[in-house]
Design a protein around this ligand. Structure first.
Ligand code: PLP
Length: 456
């Protein structure tokens, strides 16, 4: 059998990869023809591929490497923990120090009375937990019919059966018989694409009031919870109009339904606070966490739960849990990651320095002929590409073409920037410097120019 190393020629690595590795969200045929980009190492905000290209990572991996790559502290903690206690679980009245310490820290940084953590291995698993937890909560309170969870079209909540069902991605629902029962989707607050003649403020209210309408239609006695990302990430970094969240909060309060904020992307500094809920003034009962929790250095996720929900759940045996929940190595790395965020003032950096600087550069892209809208909250941003800014028109070509072309030009220019249809999105490591932000924008602009020339 061939020994595979970083030093093998790219084409050989690609051929072996395509032969044996099934990739998520990819077409295997295309991988066989063209080969995947092979990433071999990374430091700070930079990744290096097998051809030696140094690429600026505008996506922090998959929105997760908040503290940047190459952190010795995290490697050292993982190594120490592996030697001391590489694995133990927290089932059946057992615990360990990394789980205790991480939970205490999360309770400290989470807002309000979100003081209790149920762990998972990923954001998807955590959202599975959330479904079971809110249904169990209502059953414990004598309301077993309160099962329906309302979510939003074009939301992303993960890839398991439950996560993908909560999500509102039609392409995902089309495969595998989704959504599972008792999940209902309302429209997303995407003014650029769906706002028509309404002002953003009117549209924000209209979309929020769909929640109230859905509660009436489905029956107050059947609705258990509403779940949403504070800023929709994978749907295209959709920032709701200012009127949206206060109205959602009012409705959740009025009908006493549980509010789940999926903080998998927005959490851990990305929006300039520990959590997106703080930036957008949302008061959730449960927050889903993953990604930035360990900056992607270890797979770990969870649900941070408020006192009352934890108390109700705690009164019964919650028949639910994952082998790797609160994995000691992952928990130790996550805790060290939170310490780094705190000690280095990374959230301050986003709120007062790199965030505002990036906002200036990002919104400056509005002068480009292709860019119709530029939105950014902290260090997650999007631009909408359009042939006609005033009418917010879409390109006539099949959806995604201009975005795809631009993404390919970004790759060629050593920038990772993703596209969602005709929106280009960024979510770089939070430790980015101003010089690096300049480079990111320079490469983005060059890529937009090239895409523009290509379609003219
Ligand atoms: N929730 C949100 C908001 C996400 O963006 C993601 C992943 O992108 C998930 C949940 C799923 O997390 P994971 O991929 O860790 O299962």
């Amino acid at each position: 059998m061939t020994v595979i190393t970083n030093h093998m020629p790219t084409q050989e690595l690609q051929a072996l990869d395509a032969a044996h590795h099934m990739h998520p969200f990819s077409t295997q045929d295309a991988l066989a023809k063209r080969g995947a980009r092979v990433i071999t190492r990374a430091d700070g905000v930079w990744i290096t591929d097998s051809d030696g290209n140094r690429i600026i990572d505008g996506m922090a991996g998959l929105w997760c490497v908040n503290v940047g790559y190459g952190r010795d502290r995290l490697a050292d903690v993982a190594s120490r923990q592996m030697k001391e206690l590489p694995y133990y679980n927290t089932f059946f009245m057992t615990t360990h120090v990394p789980a205790i310490a991480l939970s205490q820290k999360l309770a400290e940084v989470a807002p309000g009375d979100l003081n209790h953590v149920f762990y998972a291995g990923s954001g998807s698993e955590a959202n599975d937990t959330n479904i079971r937890m809110v249904r169990t909560y209502w059953a414990q309170k004598g309301k077993p019919d309160k099962k329906v969870i309302i979510s939003r079209k074009n939301a992303y909540h993960g890839s398991t059966m439950a996560g993908a069902s909560l999500g509102g991605m039609s392409g995902m629902h089309a495969q595998g018989g989704l959504p599972i029962p008792d999940i209902h989707h309302i429209d997303q607050p995407n003014w650029w694409a769906e706002g028509g003649d309404m002002s953003p403020e009117e549209f924000g209210l209209e979309r929020a009031r769909q929640l109230e309408q859905a509660i009436h239609d489905l029956g107050e006695d059947r609705v258990a919870a509403f779940i949403a990302e504070p800023v929709q990430g994978a749907g295209g970094v959709i920032v709701a109009p200012d009127t949206y969240w206060p109205e959602i909060q009012r409705i959740c309060d009025k009908y006493e339904i549980l509010l789940i904020a999926d903080e998998v992307i927005c959490g851990f500094g990305r929006t300039g606070n520990w959590f997106g809920s703080q930036t957008l003034n949302i008061r959730p009962h449960i927050m889903t966490i993953a990604k930035g929790l360990s900056s992607g250095y270890q797979p770990i996720g969870g649900s941070i739960v408020c006192d009352e929900v934890a108390e109700v759940i705690g009164a019964c045996e919650f028949n639910h849990g994952y082998t790797y929940a609160a994995h000691p190595v992952a928990a130790a790395v996550a805790l060290e990651n939170l310490n780094i965020i705190e000690e280095e003032g990374i959230i301050e950096h986003v709120r007062t320095d790199i965030g505002p600087y990036m906002k200036e550069l990002w919104t400056g892209l509005m002068d480009h002929p292709l860019v119709g809208e530029a939105k950014i909250v902290g260090m997650m941003g999007s631009i909408a590409l359009t042939p006609h800014k005033e009418s917010r028109a879409r390109f006539a070509a099949e959806a995604g073409t201009i975005g795809y072309i631009t993404r390919e030009r970004c790759f060629a220019n050593n920038l990772v920037m993703r596209h969602v249809g005709d929106r280009m999105i960024i979510s770089p490591p939070l430790v980015m410097t101003r010089d690096e932000a300049d480079i990111l924008i320079e490469r983005a602009r060059k890529s937009l120019d090239e895409a523009y020339r290509q379609i003219k």
